[in-house]
Design a protein around this ligand. Structure first.
Ligand SMILES: Nc1ncnc2c1ncn2[C@@H]1O[C@H](COP(=O)(O)OP(=O)(O)OP(=O)(O)O)[C@@H](O)[C@H]1O
Length: 688
């Protein structure tokens, strides 16, 4: 009998996530998987694992689970929540160096469309830097004119003339500097704008499997924070970096001109500080990526919980949610603390080395002045150049670390930009006239996030044009999945779907989706006016058409009761409307779209009887003359359907009219109806 404990580390906290007392008969993989499951369910993001059982670790059976492969086995598990990029890095450490150069090149590629603005800004940068770099030299000359009795002019200019000329040059320098800041800023904002548009476009085009895997908050964080970081590194940081580079190069050359000996002393500190700077920059890049991921976690949690605030408050979960959020914020704080420590160490060390070098220069330079090897003005110029170069070197180090931050953020952006959706919306043919015959043939399907759970196995169903088919079956039998496959949110693993005998995969998907209308249990309304929401499926609709659709959908009477009528703002997700009102607006939207095929997914199941009558009336008008898939829980609502398809065991187990299926002894459909009839009287009693 052996006892072993699996621990997981997340941030600063260590959790014991599982204990195994085994005589060797329990498969170890089961134990590990259940531990992973526990972590995923508790939202613990695993960063390190260990098994506290030395004997177990050395046993040949457990060798497969020792840290590296252990981590790999976790990474490949469906439960792993680490971002894909981290997994890629672990799998391919050998290509890391090459990838870094490529990443930087890719990051700078984003600035290409702004090359003209950036070139102009760089020109201004050169002018302003050149003027700035003339300051120490001029100051030295002024000091020499003032302190040397036999030197009353420089370049033929008297002291007042020299000072006047310098003032004019400084004004020019200030103007060039302001122009540089402005142009770089404009270029940066344009890059951010373009990146956000491209990224949003790429996100909207993705297939449903992508949205099953990526949470909204995470995507929003990439759209807002990552793009801003990239824009800033490409312009603001590049501008400061170039300025620092120019200052460091020209400054050190001038130092060499003024005094090669003193320059030699100063240069002693440069190599160690530069090396330290590179190490620091790389560390910051790693931290930056982790920080961005942690920030996404925060956005994810906040976005999800705030958008479901009614549920959070109804369950009085405010404190628990605050703790959950607090833990994520702590992760960000821990990373920020590490970054602060690294920058404190770097800038503290660099500052100390700089000051020691200045001390040495002053001491040695003072001796040189006393022995007339240089003038006081030259020593002053040298000290000023030293200060400029020191500041510039510091700037170059933060430039490097900021660029590395940009690389970290752009990694996450390119992950999305480079992702090709598995379903192409643009290509394919457009049918001249859709009659509405739909045929599912030999469909096998499992959701991409759960490849081993087969929803359909050889599922077939043919629906003739203009038929109302009710799709029924036990919960989880795949009723809504039929709608998802028809809309090509997902493609089947095997088998085909035909629209009027044309494979749906050969049809232009954008066009095809325009032919299908959907009314679901929880219709999605967007923050905007009622008119905008009704016209969502046909944006060029006139007010008259919108009003006609609203009348047919039984919305007109409640809309006319609002002060702003069709211009009434419905709030985020239609929060200021009742369930029945939202449902009828969704029906008006579908009516206006005038689709050939209609999917009603539990459209009346969440309504009270009064709303249901109004909605059902509207639905009857909507269904007229179309092929309709009505997915229903409440079987009493589908009596008038032309065909009932009862799903179970991955296919259509029964097919016929409502009454045909009801008459089948031991049929699945009949059992479902009986179950609901049993529930019915109780419901009625309760209502009385
Ligand atoms: N996006 C998804 N990713 C992974 N699995 C999913 C997804 N959507 C649904 N499923 C799973 O697929 C199965 C069928 O789901 P579906 O919603 O089609 O069933 P249903 O018959 O409509 O259920 P209900 O009557 O409860 O609404 C369920 O087991 C469900 O958990």
């Amino acid at each position: 009998m052996t006892t072993s404990i699996i621990s997981a580390e997340s941030g600063d906290a260590v959790f014991d996530v599982g204990m195994l007392v085994s005589n060797g008969s329990i498969p170890e993989r089961c134990f590990l998987d259940s531990s992973f499951l526990l972590c995923a369910a508790s939202n613990i993001r695993l960063t390190r694992f260990c098994i506290k059982q030395p004997k177990l670790l050395s046993s040949p059976k457990f060798n497969a689970f020792q840290p590296p492969s252990f981590r790999r086995s976790f990474a490949s598990s469906q439960l792993c929540r680490r971002p894909a990029q981290e997994q890629v890095k672990e799998q391919a450490p050998a290509t890391k160096k090459k990838a870094n150069a490529g990443e930087v090149r890719k990051l700078f590629g984003l600035a290409k469309p702004e090359s003209k603005t950036i070139a102009g800004a760089t020109g201004l940068l050169v002018i302003s830097s050149a003027i700035t770099m003339s300051v120490p030299f001029s100051m030295g000359k002024i000091i020499d004119i003032v302190t040397h009795p036999d030197m009353d002019s420089y370049l033929g200019l008297t002291m007042p003339e020299f000072a006047g000329a310098l003032s004019m040059i400084f004004v020019l320098g200030a103007a060039a500097n302001a122009g540089r800041v402005l142009l770089f800023r404009i270029a940066g904002e344009r890059i951010i704008q373009r990146l956000r548009n491209d990224l949003y476009k790429s996100i909207l085009k993705q297939d449903m499997a992508f949205f099953d895997k990526n949470r909204t908050g995470e995507l929003i964080s990439r759209l807002s924070t990552d793009t801003a970081i990239v824009g800033k590194s490409l312009t603001g940081n590049v501008s400061d970096g170039l300025r620092a580079l120019a200052t460091a190069t020209v400054g050190s050359s001038m130092m060499l001109v003024v005094s090669p000996k003193l320059t030699g002393i100063m240069m002693l500190i440069v190599p160690p500080v530069a090396l330290f700077g590179i190490v620091y920059g790389r560390y910051v890049k790693t931290l930056s990526r982790k920080t961005q991921t942690a920030l996404s976690e925060i956005t994810k949690v906040a976005e999800e919980r705030i958008s479901s605030i009614r549920t959070v408050q109804a369950f009085a979960k405010e404190e628990a949610e605050q703790k959950r959020y607090g833990l994520r914020v702590l992760d960000v704080f821990t990373l920020a603390k590490k970054e602060a420590l690294a920058s404190a160490a770097f800038f503290g060390g660099a500052g100390l080395s700089g000051n020691l070098a200045v001390l040495a220069v002053l001491w040695y330079g003072g001796h040189m002045v006393m022995h007339n090897a240089i003038t006081i003005g030259e020593l002053t110029s040298f000290m000023l150049y030293t200060a400029y170069v020191g500041t510039a070197l510091g700037g170059m180090t933060s430039f490097y670390s900021e660029i590395m931050k940009g690389v970290g953020a752009s990694d996450r952006i390119f992950e999305l930009l480079d992702r090709k959706s598995s379903i192409n919306v643009e290509n394919g043919k457009i049918l001249c006239d859709v009659k509405g015959k739909i045929k599912f043939e030999g469909i096998n399907f499992s959701y991409p996030t759960r490849p081993h759970s087969h929803i359909f196995k050889n599922f077939s169903l043919t629906v003739q044009p203009g038929t109302v088919v009710a799709v029924v079956g036990p919960s989880g039998s795949g009723k809504s999945t039929v709608g998802s496959l028809l809309l090509r949110y997902y493609d089947p693993d095997a088998g085909n779907i035909y629209i009027d005998d044309t494979d749906v995969k050969d049809i232009n998907l954008r066009w095809w989706r325009e032919q299908v209308g959907v009314v679901s249990q929880e219709p999605t309304l967007f923050a905007g006016t009622i008119a905008e929401n009704i016209a969502y499926g046909r944006e060029n609709a006139t007010l008259e058409e919108i009003e006609n659709a609203a009348v047919k959908a039984n919305c007109a009477s409640f809309i006319s009761g609002f002060a702003d009528k069709y211009n009434t703002v419905v709030g985020e997700r239609g929060i200021s409307l009742s369930g029945g009102q939202k449902q009828r607006i969704a029906i008006a939207r579908a009516l206006l779209k005038n689709p050939k095929i209609l999917i009603l997914d539990e459209a009346t199941s969440a309504l009270d009887s009064e709303s249901e009558v109004l909605v059902q009336e509207a639905l009857n008008r909507l269904m007229h003359g179309r092929t309709v898939f009505t997915i229903a829980h409440r079987l009493s609502t589908i009596r008038s359907a032309d065909l009932v398809a009862c799903l179970s065991d991955g296919g259509v187990s029964e097919l016929g009219t409502y009454y045909e299926l009801l008459s089948r002894e031991d049929g699945v459909f009949r059992k479902l109806v009986e179950l609901q009839s049993l529930a019915g009287p109780e419901d009625q009693e309760e209502r009385q």
